[in-house]
Design a protein around this ligand. Structure first.
Ligand code: ADP
Length: 269
């Protein structure tokens, strides 16, 4: 995007000519686009769960309801309120990431129970999908921030469920590769076009697919996931085929190796 300025040039108080300045404002233009995209995403994403909280509470206030109906509505209200919390946390996370103020409290953590916990919480809500866990390794301890690792698997498993049809199968494969622990999150969903793969981890990016526009989201999840994985000296990659499915692979350095390196360093002293 180019912006052209023209200015009159004077010499000895006499009009002498014009100068045209062409300035490339692509960057400013993109930032503006992103800001308005952000505002519309945020308002839309916050409005949807809020509308259901308001709608259901209003119903409960104004109507005599049977206990089972009450429980059903309360469950919806609870889930939508939780969604609001997680949306707001995502916005805050992105802001902290950008300010370089995200903090990590790392301890030796076993990843396997963390993954199991996340799967369990999903099975409660997404009972229409099957989530399988396959483990091909005994030691799954890494040096990491538990809550942040939960966020990583939570986001990836939610996406696998969200972007595949009801009844879809999600497979989580845990294995070792050299000094790393690898976790594949594989779905048989809508897949990702090749030319979108590079932008997936950019904040606010969502694949522009008319089917997909019906699926809510902010485009922040994967940007947050990438940042967290990087902060753990790990990596995330994706392989995907449209209409076949996607596999996201998280790689994290195994703690055994970290421990060994520390011992070697101590020995060398
Ligand atoms: P959100 O899901 O809120 O839009 P994410 O950052 O988690 O944001 O993902 C960015 C985009 O990547 C999504 O909008 C979607 O287009 C695509 N995507 C992510 N995970 C998958 C998946 N498992 N299958 C297909 N597309 C995916």
């Amino acid at each position: 995007v180019m912006k052209v300025y023209s200015e009159e040039v004077y010499r000895n108080n006499q009009k002498y000519g014009f100068v045209f300045v062409h300035r490339d404002i692509t960057k400013e233009y993109e930032v503006d686009e992103m800001k308005s995209e952000f505002v519309s995403t945020v308002s839309h994403e916050l409005r949807t769960p809020l509308a259901s909280v308001l709608g259901f509470t209003e119903l409960m206030i104004n109507k005599e309801l049977k206990p089972e109906r009450q429980k059903k509505y309360l469950t919806t209200i609870y889930q939508e309120a939780k969604r609001l919390t997680s949306l707001i946390n995502d916005f805050l996370d992105v802001q902290r990431m950008e300010a370089g103020k995200q903090t990590y409290e790392k301890k030796y953590e076993d990843v396997l129970p963390i993954i199991k916990e996340v799967i369990q919480s999903h099975q409660v809500h997404a009972s229409s999908h099957t989530v399988d866990l396959v483990t091909k390794v005994d030691h799954t301890v890494v040096l990491g921030d538990r809550d942040k690792l939960i966020q990583v698997f939570n986001n990836l498993i939610s996406n696998a469920v969200k972007y595949s049809p009801d009844g879809g199968r999600v497979t989580i494969l845990v294995y070792k590769q050299e000094r790393n622990l690898c976790i594949d999150i594989k779905d048989e969903g809508i897949g990702i076009p090749k030319d979108s793969i590079n932008q997936l981890f950019t904040k606010f990016y969502r694949v522009d697919n008319s089917d997909m526009r019906k699926i809510g989201g902010t485009g922040l999840g994967l940007a947050i996931v990438k940042e967290i994985v990087k902060a753990h000296d790990g990596d995330i990659t994706v392989q995907s085929e449209v209409k076949k499915g996607s596999t996201f692979t998280v790689t994290l350095p195994l703690a055994e190796q970290l421990l060994k390196e520390e011992i070697i360093e101590v020995d060398g002293d």
